[in-house]
Design a protein around this ligand. Structure first.
Ligand code: AMP
Ligand code: MG
Length: 355
């Protein structure tokens, strides 16, 4: 039987091509044109994205893929904090003006979800962390810890309650309290884009698909004859890591957050690109969090929130939002593992393990 294997985690970005999805699209013979398998790759949101789908004709496959890529590109132009003219960046620049700014449909949906998650997590999830994230990014590049004054100033410009949302005449509006604030949807926008692209694929008549980018993925129905897309989870970058898992997933989403690829060691401490908004400091517990739930936006945001909340608050927070979670962390020399009761435990060794 043809198998579909997808590695999980940020490693996805680098090793995917060799690992994945053995077998090529077979041409369909016969009257009913059984679906063939098609693969597409495209840089999106600054990351390599990959789409695998089954379709009855090449034209159907290509048109669906193009529609999905366009939707993701459109969302990047709205939600990116790198693009100076994105709707998000323009909103950030209104900080301190006292003006309520009308929001487009996509930005309002993401900001409303982010606001709800901030409230529920007591601020562990916070899309106003932009100044703190920028500070730690610079620190990682220069390999020098930020000063206490710089951290205090970044914290003054962050805080989820500093963005207010309201509805006026059917429009959502936002008020950004302080000048210099920088909204950063890095922990949630990719998931939203995956959900929206999945919708586009379904509207184009594609039901069997897997779409992934940067450690997050969304899946439709499984490949023909299979129970799910095979996804490799738990790729944790330490020799003491427990066995990875091969999961079989369909009609759900999976997201990972970790510091495997974005971190720096300073003064013997490893700092992540995920910031604890309660301290303004990059996380130091070396973790890999995997979340599974039907919404890719929620999975994306929850994986980041649980990274901050850790094993004490994280699983309850995920459960409250209907998600399963698996936390691996190595705060000192020992790896700690925590998982929700419903997180899949299949441990079929990957054919690539031991290489
Ligand atoms: P992810 O890879 O989904 O965990 O997202 C990490 C990104 O989210 C970072 O690169 C920042 O842009 C942003 N971020 C960092 N810390 C937080 C936080 N506590 N809450 C929300 N977003 C964050
Ligand atoms: Mg995330």
């Amino acid at each position: 039987m043809n198998t579909e294997t997808v590695p999980n985690g940020l490693r996805i970005l680098f090793v995917w091509a060799g690992l994945l999805l053995a077998g090529c699209a077979t041409s369909s013979l016969g009257k009913h044109h059984p679906p063939s398998r098609y693969e597409f790759e495209r840089p999106q949101m600054g990351l390599p994205f990959r789409l695998v789908l089954y379709a009855t004709t090449p034209a159907l496959a290509t048109n669906a893929a193009e529609a999905a890529w366009s939707r993701i590109a459109e969302l990047n132009a709205i939600l990116s904090d790198y693009e100076p003219e994105s709707e998000l960046s323009r909103l950030s620049r209104t900080g301190g003006s006292g003006r309520w700014i009308p929001l487009g449909r996509d930005l309002s949906r993401v900001l409303i979800a982010a606001n709800m998650l901030s409230r529920d997590s007591n601020g562990a999830f916070d899309v106003t962390v932009g100044p703190e994230v920028a500070l730690w990014k610079r620190a990682r590049r220069q390999r020098e810890l930020p000063s206490k004054t710089a951290i205090a100033e970044a914290r003054r410009l962050s805080g989820w309650t500093l963005v207010e949302l309201r509805r006026r005449s059917g429009m959502h509006e936002a008020l950004v309290a302080r000048s210099g604030m920088r909204l950063d949807l890095g922990a949630i926008a990719k998931g939203y884009a995956l959900d929206e692209a999945a919708l586009v694929l379904r509207q184009a008549g594609i039901r069997r698909f897997l779409l992934a980018g940067g450690g997050d993925m969304v899946m439709g129905d499984p490949p023909p004859g299979q129970t799910g897309w095979r996804v490799e989870a738990g790729v944790f970058d330490t020799p003491e890591a427990p066995t990875r898992r091969l999961l079989h997933l369909a009609n759900t989403a999976l997201a990972t957050s970790g510091d495997s690829f974005q971190r720096a060691e300073m003064g013997g401490v490893r700092y992540s690109h995920i910031v604890d908004p309660r301290t303004g400091i990059g996380m130091t517990d070396h973790s890999l969090v995997t979340v599974i739930c039907p919404s890719a936006m929620l999975a994306d945001a929850l994986s980041t929130a649980v990274s901050v909340l850790g094993p004490t608050g994280g699983p309850d927070f995920a459960a409250h939002h209907g998600a399963e979670v698996w936390i691996l962390r190595k705060p000192s020399s020992k790896v700690e593992e925590t998982q929700s009761a419903g997180f899949p435990r299949e441990q079929t060794p990957s054919p690539h393990e031991g290489r």
